[in-house]
Design a protein around this ligand. Structure first.
Ligand code: ATP
Ligand code: MG
Length: 305
């Protein structure tokens, strides 16, 4: 497996330990400000198939604890679904995986998230590099006010991509199952696309910088059933090269696309504080057909939330 150094551009002092975060092993690996090098033989045992090891994660907004201690392991080349009632912390947890919570002033994260064995909250890890490796697709399609072509080319240009941009744009749009629909209007505004097309454009934009992981926060909530199905097919196609974590309120969607499902709920304390808690994390089959926890069963059968 190849690895990438995710330290800040200036880099640590010579000889200092450097957190090397790997990029995906298959396909094109673009070094975006980092140094790619071959993995050493010392890859931590037991992490071969696990892309994220979450241990004792707690998230606070000021003094409010939004997420109770969470420990879970996310596997490579799988689709992991995060489900649960509104306010249980799905988006908050999702944002921890690429340090998006850093951008919220009141947010504080405790515990560790190891990405291929490296703590992404470590002192020497550059959050910008983390977000290049771990891309995000939001609930509402959010194309830039630019042409279709420039939406895709924007990230790679900033990252100093030196290859053939036309090829990269075509490849990204093809992988996001949008190329055939837009190949003749690449210079037109992204806003001229339908909602479903815009969401696929955002997926194409996210994969253009060769991330390793895609985080998706309710990516289909504003789409019709046909566009939703296209995105679901696309996710299944993409998991060959990427690991995907998706937040969804759509039970059928979680059951259809995901390999593993994490069910969160909200505990209400006497003080009225509502803290999200991971109830059960298992294969999607187990969660939807024979969950171990009654709270999970109540939720998936519609008796709660
Ligand atoms: N930026 C923020 N500042 C303060 N509190 C926040 C912030 N974002 C979320 N919260 C709070 O954290 C808790 C979890 O919110 P989060 O958005 O993660 O829930 P969710 O499970 O994604 O809900 P939904 O299904 O409605 O999207 C909620 O009580 C919410 O009010
Ligand atoms: Mg949310």
């Amino acid at each position: 497996m190849e690895q990438a150094n995710l330290t800040q551009p200036a880099g640590p002092a010579p000889g200092a330990p450097t957190p090397d975060l790997p990029v995906r092993s298959g396909g094109r690996a673009v070094s975006v400000g980092g140094v790619l090098r071959k993995n050493g033989p010392g890859e931590a045992p037991g992490t071969q198939n696990s892309i994220f090891d979450v241990s004792g994660l707690k998230v606070f907004y000021g003094s409010f604890q939004a997420v109770a201690e969470t420990t879970m392991q996310i596997r490579e080349h799988e689709i992991t679904a995060l489900i649960g009632p509104s306010g249980c912390g799905k988006t908050t947890v999702l944002r921890c995986f690429n340090r998006m919570n850093d951008l919220i002033e009141s947010a504080r994260v405790e515990g560790t998230i190891r990405y291929h064995g490296v703590d992404i909250y470590g002192d020497q890890v550059d959050p910008v590099e983390v977000r290049r490796r771990i891309g995000m697709v939001f609930q509402k399609p959010n194309p830039f006010p630019k042409s279709i072509y420039d939406n895709i080319a924007f990230g790679p240009r900033i990252a100093g991509f030196k290859g053939n941009m036309d090829d990269l744009v075509e490849e990204s749009l093809t992988r996001a199952a949008l190329w055939d629909e837009v190949r003749d209007k690449l210079k037109e505004s992204a806003y001229a696309l339908s909602g479903g097309q815009q969401q696929r454009l955002c997926i194409a934009r996210a994969i253009a910088t060769s991330p390793d992981v895609l985080l998706m926060d309710e990516p289909c909530s504003s789409l019709d059933p046909i566009a939703t199905l296209r995105i679901e097919e696309l996710m299944i196609e993409l998991k060959r090269d990427y690991s995907i974590i998706i937040v969804t309120h759509n039970m059928q969607q979680a059951a259809r696309v995901s390999d593993r499902t994490a069910f969160f709920t909200v505990d209400v304390k006497e003080t009225g504080m509502r803290t999200g808690r991971l109830v059960e994390f298992d294969t999607t089959d187990v969660i939807f057909t024979r969950p171990h926890q009654k709270q999970t069963e109540d939720y998936i059968t519609g008796r709660f939330g």
